[in-house]
Design a protein around this ligand. Structure first.
Ligand SMILES: [Zn+2]
Length: 416
């Protein structure tokens, strides 16, 4: 006898509950969580004791430039400056269809790795104009109803030092950007960085959008835009609506100043994104031994109750030659780069790519409770630690109560 559920997942292990559970899904929502659901469903999946968790959220990724790594010229000087220049060469001739094609490959990789929400940064500047954002808006349209894409209007060349970019950002909001981006630390003067933040808030207020800036992405302890961002957030009443990525300089401040800034960040309800695999290779370049890790004060921020989350950032582009758009890999990098290897720390790192990222993006009805959206992964192991240890993709990715992707891994030792 087929009951009311369209899908039942049997014998799932769930975070925060002991034993095995059946999940009943109806109309794209989790309708029941019971030890045994008596009725049958048209489709049933046996999780066989594996962990079921909400789908991953990638809260920081650049998909306008992703996969340029396959067509770009080599970086001859091994320098960050040349990373920028190579990107400029491509950015001048981007087309919408080229961006959608490359970005869709990254989205497909992300789905297979269990991610269904992406906050995508699109460069807006006087080199590429609005073309990167137009590409990401077309990407959002193409994947509508399959995954959620939030487009960030991102001034990659800064605002004060790139005259004309502010007008482009304004136009970017008009054509449909979801989030106001920012890159204050890339301005030439502290006063320009502050003006940059002010201008971004003017746009955010005018279009009633959240703010996500790349902040103090440097080892330089004199880079101090995070504290101004926090104070601005408080002054404008934007608590809970602002995210800041990288914040590497915070790790370089002396303890007294760092404590002051972290307290401000907490008071302002700013979510901090750490993308550790990028920071590990981008920072510490001027250090002789000991070489810094380049990540922000992740453990301190998390312990004091700041909402920390983690994203992929770059995928196969001029800045980063790797990247699988895999949030399990990202969480594993967090564990390694931030000394988070004890049980509650591993759980926290997993939260950085699930619940904390969802909180930063203000997703509604996210989670594994009755009434939440039926967006979840049947993972490849029974615990978070083993999911991150084995690094195998989810067995099954469910979105809106329907199976969106499956991964089958065949491994065999042949002795004869
Ligand atoms: Zn980034």
């Amino acid at each position: 006898m087929i009951g009311a559920h369209g899908l039942i997942v049997r014998r799932a292990r769930l975070g925060g509950r002991t034993g095995l559970w059946d999940l009943g899904i109806r109309a794209g929502r989790i309708a029941a969580i019971e030890t045994t659901i008596g009725s049958r469903a048209a489709r049933e999946i046996d999780a066989d004791g594996r962990l079921v968790a909400p789908t991953y959220v990638n809260g920081h990724v650049h998909l306008d430039k992703c996969h340029l790594g396959d067509s770009m010229r080599p970086n001859k000087t091994n320098s960050f400056q040349e990373c920028l220049e190579i990107t400029w060469e491509h950015k001048r001739s981007y087309t919408v269809s080229d961006i959608v094609e490359r970005a869709s490959r990254a989205i497909e990789e992300g789905i297979l790795n269990g991610t269904t929400v992406f906050r995508v940064f699109a460069d807006v500047d006087t080199i590429g104009g609005l073309r990167p954002l137009e590409g990401i808006l077309a990407l959002r349209e193409k994947w509508k109803g399959i995954v959620q894409i939030h487009a960030v209007n991102f001034p990659q060349e800064a605002i004060i030092r790139d005259p004309g970019s502010l007008e482009l950002m304004e136009e970017g909001m008009r054509i449909g950007a979801d989030v106001v981006g920012g890159l204050p630390w890339h301005e030439r003067l502290d006063e320009d960085a502050r003006r940059h933040i002010d201008l971004c808030f003017e746009l955010a207020k005018k279009y009633d959008k959240d703010v996500h800036m790349l902040v103090d992405d440097t080892d330089n302890p004199n880079s101090r835009s995070l504290e101004y961002l926090a104070v601005k957030t408080l002054r404008e009443g934007f608590q809970g609506r602002v995210a800041a990525s990288h914040c590497g300089a915070l790790a370089a401040y002396d303890e007294v100043h760092a404590q002051k800034v972290m307290a401000l960040v907490k008071e302002a309800g700013i979510s901090i994104a750490t993308n550790p695999h990028i920071s590990l290779v981008a920072q510490g370049r001027y250090d002789r031994e000991p070489i810094r890790r380049g990540v922000t004060r992740v453990k301190q921020l998390w312990r004091m109750g700041v909402n920390v989350f983690s994203g992929q950032d770059d995928v196969n582009d001029p800045y980063y030659p790797f990247g699988r758009n895999d949030q399990q890999e990202v969480a594993s990098y967090v564990c390694h780069s931030c000394h988070m290897t004890y049980p509650d720390e591993i759980e926290a790192a997993f939260g950085f790519v699930t619940t904390n990222a969802a909180r930063a993006l203000r997703l509604r009805d996210y989670g594994l409770e009755v009434g939440c959206r039926a967006d979840f992964n049947i993972l490849a192991a029974a615990s978070i630690r083993h999911v991150l240890r084995l690094q195998q993709p989810p067995r099954c990715v469910v979105r809106d109560g329907k199976v969106l992707a499956v991964n089958e891994l065949k491994r065999e030792i042949l002795l004869s």
